[in-house]
Design a protein around this ligand. Structure first.
Ligand code: SF4
Length: 452
């Protein structure tokens, strides 16, 4: 498989550090027929809005679109579970010919009467864009009748990349921002953006900031609540995780409400500590916040360090491949893997921009393969060629790793334990250690050949 050729049109989206001048093409539509790992626009918007637990999420389209994203993420909630039900208008041939607006109206009114949500999001899918339903008009009508925000999410799957879905979600959410009561908001206050509480990370991170004396007005969208989003415009700072998903919202809030934002990552000891210190530095008029952050980091690191050192002994020298949604996560993972003495031989993302890939190039070792918008064959080819011991990715990368007979770590949708924060680093270490050192890999045919 390592001898398979790369599609000619894809060559500019693959770069091997040190072998040619850096010229990486990215931020463009997937090549038709290349079977991209990338998700569609609808999926991009769905993953951002999905964790808002007291909202109704109605997918206007065929049932297949809803099935694609149904309960796919952990996105834990400390209260309501309405987000997990994932409703669909289940469009059929009749609606495709005569229009789906009446069915959408009927579904929306019935669902709002039954579940009494705080708001409703209506996602447009490919077919809705093709038949031209006026989703916005139906949402407005139902919103007036039921007296709750009913928001159209313009996420027709074909109209761009997953990143356009993030933007569609942010546009919808921005209509909620600035519509709620803002009493009891402290001067040292933040919104956490781009943290989706897959395995309980949002709770952990929120607690860190609260221990520092910083009020968290809203988490968007992990364990999210409509009323918190509505009052988020009075927070003093937006703290944005990851490169892609919520930067759009942070930009819009900066333009309209003058809220500055910083970008952070919560993965790995270094980046987690920096995320706390950067917020403390923003509120430097209160030195107590920085002092509490330092004490917190010291205590948390001391608690996990001895075990991390033991794990490092086993992992040093192993090779890892990384393929994630946003490139910002790849930066943190490279730093975290370096801590264990592991070498990153492949690094790629679905939605990185040229600035991201330049950073990746600078971070990676000579010979590392950097990929934009890859497909299964390309990933397999380079994993085999580079003899990776571990693949870190999401739900669509898992089968590739297992078919190739190497360890895998889910750093995306389906995991059940938190990998962010200081405790998350220990979970991450345990998980990659267990996977990479599992005795099962000795039975993989190509390894048996190596032994003979
Ligand atoms: S919106 Fe389009 S591309 Fe996305 S799941 Fe539905 S049919 Fe597929």
């Amino acid at each position: 498989m390592s001898t398979i050729p790369i599609l000619k049109e894809r060559r500019k989206q693959i770069y091997r550090k040190g072998e040619a001048p850096f010229e990486m093409s990215c931020d463009k539509h997937s090549l038709a027929g290349s079977v991209s790992q990338r998700a569609c626009v609808f999926c991009g918007s769905r993953v951002v809005l999905y964790p808002i637990a007291d909202a109704l999420h109605l997918i206007h389209g065929p049932i297949g679109c809803a099935a694609y994203t149904w309960d796919i993420r952990g996105a834990l909630s400390s209260g309501p579970q309405l987000h997990r039900l994932s409703f669909s208008t289940d469009l059929q041939e009749k609606e495709v010919i005569f229009g789906g607006e009446p069915k959408l109206y009927q579904a929306l009114t019935e669902l709002i009467d039954t579940y009494q949500p705080k708001a409703a999001f209506v996602y447009s899918t490919c077919i809705v864009g093709i038949i031209g339903d006026d989703v916005e008009a139906v949402c407005k009508k139902v919103g007036r009748e039921k007296d709750i925000p009913v928001l159209a999410v313009h996420s027709e799957g074909f109209k761009g990349t997953k990143k356009d879905g993030y933007k569609a979600a942010c546009d919808a959410m921005f209509q909620l921002v600035g519509t709620g009561a803002t009493e009891d908001i402290a001067p040292a206050s933040i919104n956490i953006l781009g943290e989706f509480n897959i395995g309980g990370e949002a709770w952990m991170i929120k607690k860190y900031y609260e221990q520092m004396g910083v009020q968290v007005v809203s988490v968007m969208t992990g364990d999210g609540r409509v009323d918190e989003i509505r009052r988020s415009h009075r927070a003093a700072l937006n703290v944005v995780q990851c490169s892609g998903a919520m930067t759009f919202l942070a930009e819009m809030m900066k333009a309209k409400y003058g809220i500055p934002y910083i970008r952070v990552s919560y993965f790995g000891i270094e980046d987690m500590a920096k995320a706390l210190y950067d917020v403390a530095d923003h509120f430097s008029e209160n030195p107590q916040i920085k002092a509490r952050a330092q004490a917190l980091v010291r205590e948390e690191v001391n608690a996990i360090y001895p075990r991390l050192q033991e794990i490092r002994e086993d992992l040093a020298g192993k090779k890892a491949a990384i393929y994630v949604g946003g490139a910002f996560k790849a930066f943190s993972l490279i730093r975290a893997l370096r801590f264990f003495g592991m070498q990153v031989v492949l690094a790629g993302s679905q939605t990185g921009n040229s600035e991201d890939y330049e950073t990746l190039r600078d971070m990676c070792d000579q010979g590392t393969v950097i990929l934009d918008d890859a497909n299964p064959l390309e990933l397999s080819k380079y994993i085999i060629e580079k003899k990776a011991d571990l693949f870190i990715g999401g739900v669509k990368e898992r089968p590739i790793a297992y078919k190739l007979g190497i360890g895998f770590c889910d750093h995306n949708h389906e995991r059940k334990i938190p990998l962010a924060g200081f405790k998350g680093m220990l979970h991450f270490a345990r998980e990659i250690h267990t996977s990479v050192t599992s005795p099962v890999w000795q039975f993989v045919p190509f390894r048996q050949k190596e032994v003979r």
